[in-house]
Design a protein around this ligand. Structure first.
Ligand SMILES: [Ca+2]
Ligand SMILES: [Ca+2]
Ligand SMILES: [Ca+2]
Length: 175
């Protein structure tokens, strides 16, 4: 009887350890959405937040890594024109600041097209212009600004507050 109880306790102990390990594993992941971790940006249904993202390096120079996250189906200025968010993090990976970039936010001066899905892909290019702030390539893979769904890529030179210092467009321009 005692032996059986001991065995039961042993198995229960292993099971609980397993459960604890699972809980610890899950709790080590961070969820960033409109509901948690300090991100207060407004997301809409079908925005695809996180469809594209990149390690942005330290944009604001506070010593902590920042993120750029795409919402390629953002509808703010037209159906699925897209947007990207610069998210500033602290030592606990909480979002302490954010800057949206699209036609009406973040000093972006380009034109996006409906269904252009700006933010599909995001790449950190390093500091192209040597001003101490990393610069980025942003894909808008269904952009029709040139021809139906030809797509385009934007190079964004950023300021340390996450706004755009200069944007350049890469398009096909055959001669
Ligand atoms: Ca930072
Ligand atoms: Ca949408
Ligand atoms: Ca730069």
């Amino acid at each position: 009887m005692k032996k059986g109880l001991l065995l039961f306790s042993f198995v229960l102990g292993i099971s609980l350890s397993y459960v604890n390990a699972q809980i610890i594993q899950v709790s080590s992941h961070l969820k960033i959405s409109a509901l948690s971790r300090g991100f207060t940006g407004e997301l809409g249904e079908d925005d695809f937040f996180g469809g594209g993202l990149t390690d942005a390096g330290d944009i604001n120079g506070d010593g902590y890594l920042d993120l750029i996250v795409g919402t390629r189906h953002d509808n703010e200025n037209g159906f699925n024109r897209g947007a990207v968010w610069v998210l500033f993090m602290d030592s606990l990976q909480q979002i302490i600041g954010q800057q949206k970039i699209n036609e009406t936010n973040g000093n972006f001066t380009g034109s996006l097209s409906n269904e252009g899905v700006f933010g599909t892909d995001i790449a950190n290019l390093g500091d192209l212009d040597g001003d101490g702030v990393n610069d980025f390539a942003i894909g808008a893979s269904s952009s029709s600004t040139q021809g139906y769904r030809q797509g385009e890529v934007w190079i964004l030179f950023l300021n340390s507050d996450g706004t755009v210092k200069e944007n350049r467009e890469i398009l096909s321009d055959p001669k």
